[in-house]
Design a protein around this ligand. Structure first.
Ligand SMILES: Nc1ncnc2c1ncn2[C@@H]1O[C@H](COP(=O)(O)OP(=O)(O)O)[C@@H](O)[C@H]1O
Ligand SMILES: [Mg+2]
Length: 328
């Protein structure tokens, strides 16, 4: 299925000024972020942008104080002030420094899976049924409400950490214990059996567009941390679907992205129930990876947008709404 994406808005790299490519930081995803950041830096420089690397938020504040930064390309991954959860975005708003990607609201909401689901459900968007698990709640009661099998996961983590698939009552306590090692709330979700898909969303001058979906086929049972970052045998098929199913997943992904207040670029994770063919939204990632294995660059390539152009387009999201970004 073809996609019509309008050309980039800007042609002169000088328009962007001095661009801090913000990477690294202190989160668990530091190494992935450094890898993404180096790629972005190289791509922007190859296109003539005056870009330089900055490792972590304190160093960025120093650079801004020194008057060296006109805008920020944010490629930090992680929550709790790690760059992806709205804290950095608030800081940059206060300092009046433009940045790529979602604003405070979209970043903070998307980091919280429970509240993202509440927004989607209120708009009739499909997401697995869930129970919020508070301290002292009985996991067995929750599991009976949803019906086994279920997924137990922390509400505010990433990279599949703390996520368990539970098929019988005996596994519930252990899943709870694992998820509870991470800060914030926990949720139990109906386990969707079927294909795992992800859809990249990119902002342009005429709104946000879904790129072709990617179907993820892990060698093991599911897309756990190992399948994401270590295993070399995970398969990625793009486009992941065809015909009406592909059109529908793209439509749902853009609606879900917009509903969560996201802008510029991102990636929406989706499960497709094998029996019914129905889609279920899992989460939005607001600063997805840009490594050589990453999924957004794969989807972009499929529509003829190479890595350099992708970075350029994401950088344009820092320019304001006319470029598919936020209000400046
Ligand atoms: N409700 C669900 N049904 C089936 N698999 C799920 C479900 N929720 C999560 N998973 C699996 O766990 C992985 C991680 O879950 P996700 O909600 O995307 O969190 P994160 O990627 O932030 O860790 C997914 O990629 C998927 O393989
Ligand atoms: Mg995910």
């Amino acid at each position: 299925m073809s996609i019509d994406i309008v050309p980039p808005r800007i042609s002169d790299p000088a328009v962007f000024g001095r661009v801090a490519v913000l990477m690294g930081g202190t989160s668990a995803e530091r190494e992935v972020s450094l890898d993404s950041g180096r790629n972005v830096l190289e791509a922007l420089r190859a296109r003539g942008v005056e870009a330089f690397a900055v490792d972590g938020i304190p160093a960025l504040v120093e650079a801004i104080r020194g008057g060296d930064v006109d805008r920020v390309f944010n490629i930090l991954h992680g929550n709790k002030g790690g760059g992806e959860d709205g804290v950095l975005q608030g800081l940059l708003e206060a300092l009046r420094v433009p940045y790529t990607g979602s604003d405070v609201l979209g970043s903070a909401l998307s980091m919280d899976k429970i509240r993202t689901k509440q927004v989607w459900l209120s708009l009739g968007l499909p997401t697995p049924r869930y129970v919020r698990l508070g301290k002292g709640d009985d996991v067995h009661v929750a599991a009976r409400e949803l019906g086994l099998p279920v997924i137990v996961k922390p509400s505010c983590e990433g990279s599949s950490v703390g996520v368990s698939r539970v098929h019988d009552d005996a596994g519930l306590e252990q899943a709870l214990e694992l998820a509870a090692r991470y800060p914030g709330e926990l949720l139990m979700e109906q386990l969707i059996t079927g294909d795992e898909l992800t859809v990249a969303v990119l902002g342009t001058t005429d709104g946000h567009h879904a790129l072709p979906s990617i179907r993820i086929v892990p060698k093991g049972e599911w897309y756990d941390y190992n399948a994401k970052y270590i295993a070399e045998d995970t398969q990625y098929l793009c486009p992941g679907l065809d015909g009406e199913a592909e059109a529908e997943i793209r439509r749902i992904a853009v609606e879900a992205f917009n509903a969560a207040g996201c802008t510029g670029w991102g990636r929406v994770d989706v499960m497709r129930d094998r029996a019914s063919g129905k889609f279920y939204l899992l989460e939005v990632n607001t600063a997805p990876g840009m490594t050589s294995h990453s999924l957004v660059p794969k989807a972009a390539r499929e529509v003829g947008i190479g890595f350099e152009e992708l970075c350029w387009r994401v950088l344009e999201s820092s320019l304001g709404p006319d470029a598919g970004g936020r209000d400046a």
